[in-house]
Write a protein that binds this ligand. Structure first.
Ligand code: PEP
Ligand code: MN
Length: 457
């Protein structure tokens, strides 16, 4: 048994915790359902449906995150800001998988480290919002909180929080998960066939030749190793792929919180790797209470308003036994604020001797509006925040071990800049997100290449 495996053995169950103990704490960002009976019926149904992931997978991911904490892996986490039920289609799912596989190939090859691959999908259906209501032309309705709660259309029926959507969210997650698992088991992720991951319009990309050179060099190494080995190496034909989402709607998460035979404690089996969003990370709030008792590896978003003492309490509450693989801190400061805010937080965690994986979300602190009111992000700011994050960790003697990105495999125009230097005029061409702007395919690959360049320069 390796060092990290030994540490992942049971420590103890969280004290005075149950899957519903969060209900005794203030729960922000929750939908208000008009009919308690209707909600209860949906939750009973949800509680009886089979889970989406297994405890074995959850434990395997925890081990990989423990290795990333030790500097032996890099975490790549990416996907849409929010999935939608309408986008649960084969092309969108496989394109997203393709771009994540290509990015992980770039990172593994360049960093010479295995990558922990985590999608923001199969459950990323709930969104925190800055206001509870939205007013248009004198009409006020509940805000859109993601497809698992209500619909984006501005009408009283569409915006009513509907408990039935909790079940639909579970079903769409299961459909997504099923397709991803089938693709991977069927050989879609086979390193011998990186051409399976090519997206049609990539042929015209300015980055194509650099990517192609890398793929050829991997192919050569693979053939060389298999010649030595005397046979194809099976482990190159499949990869591990994990799912994550912001565990925001706590009734939904509670209904998926299960005990399993021959394991102690409770697992959230709706996803491998749930995270707490920035707006719900209050140490005394309901979300932290819920997360404290599940055995999954978990992450928390850390914004610029978090103070070092607050962060220490949060870390102690979520990982009291300092277990490896348990806790990832996702900092999302913004390119302009990272220098001023991150070092003190890193020092605070270091001073406690707390074991965490540091990962950077360079998206959410860099959202801005154009003069015509379109929500966007500049590639240069995203890049700058990531690069500063690597430098700050290096200067503090810690390691940035992951990146968390909002991206899509589609040819959208939502973020400015990148290899094709998208401008404000381009945003009108293919802006599809209902929520935050995502890196398109090309900008995502470029970001992976920049991470490699930064780490190997
Ligand atoms: C998100 O990840 O989509 C999000 C809302 O992030 P944050 O909690 O960091 O604002
Ligand atoms: Mn977002």
């Amino acid at each position: 048994m390796s060092q990290s495996e030994r540490h992942i053995q049971p420590v103890r169950e969280a004290k005075d915790w149950s899957p519903s103990s969060w209900q005794t704490r203030p729960a922000v960002q929750q939908p208000s359902y008009a009919d308690a009976t209707e909600l209860e019926r949906a939750l009973v149904k949800l509680g009886n449906l089979p889970p989406l992931v297994t405890s074995w997978e959850v434990i395997a991911l925890r081990k990989q995150i423990a290795e990333a904490q030790e500097g032996r892996r890099f975490l790549l986490q990416g996907g849409d800001c929010a999935e939608s039920f309408d986008d649960c289609s084969s092309a969108l799912i496989s394109n997203r998988l393709k771009v994540l596989l290509q990015m992980s190939l770039v990172l593994t090859h360049g960093l010479k480290l295995p990558v922990v691959r985590v999608g923001r999908f199969a459950g990323q259906y709930a969104k925190p919002r800055s206001a509870d209501t939205e007013t248009r032309d004198g009409v006020t309705l509940p805000c859109y909180r993601g497809d698992i709660v209500n619909a984006v259309e501005f009408s009283p029926t569409a915006r009513r929080p509907d408990p039935q959507r909790l079940i639909e969210g579970h079903s769409h997650s299961a459909l997504t998960m099923n397709f991803v698992r089938a693709l991977i088991d069927g050989g879609f992720a086979d390193l011998h066939h990186p051409e399976y991951w090519d997206l049609d319009w990539v042929k015209y990309s300015p980055l194509m030749s650099e990517y192609q050179r890398m793929v050829e060099s991997i192919g050569d190494s693979l053939r060389f190793m298999e010649t030595l080995h005397g046979a194809p190496i099976g482990s190159f034909s499949r990869v591990d792929f994990y799912t994550s989402h912001e565990a925001l709607v706590l009734h939904y998460e509670q209904a998926q919180t299960r005990q399993v035979p021959r394991q102690w404690g409770w697992f959230n089996l709706s996803t491998h790797f749930p995270w707490i969003g920035m707006r719900t990370a209050d140490v005394d709030g309901a979300h932290v209470e819920y997360f404290r008792g599940i055995r999954n590896p978990i992450a928390v978003k850390i914004g610029p308003s978090v103070k070092p003492e607050q962060l220490k309490r949060l870390v102690a509450t979520l990982n009291p036994d300092n277990e490896p693989g348990r806790l990832t801190l996702l900092h999302r400061m913004g390119a302009e604020k990272i220098e001023a805010h991150l070092p003190a937080l890193v020092e605070a965690v270091k001073s406690e001797g707390a074991r965490v994986l540091w990962s950077c979300d360079p998206m959410h602190g860099n959202t801005e509006s154009t003069s015509s009111g379109i929500k966007t992000r500049r590639f240069e700011n995203i890049r700058n925040e990531l690069e500063r994050a690597f430098d700050i960790h290096a200067a503090c003697g810690t390691r940035l071990g992951g990146a968390h990105l909002e991206l899509t495999g589609e040819d959208v125009t939502e973020c400015l800049g990148g290899a094709r230097d998208l401008t404000e005029v381009d945003l009108a061409r293919a802006y599809k997100s209902n929520v935050d702007p995502r890196l398109n395919y090309e900008q995502s690959i470029e970001m992976a290449m920049l991470i490699v360049r930064k780490q190997t320069q």
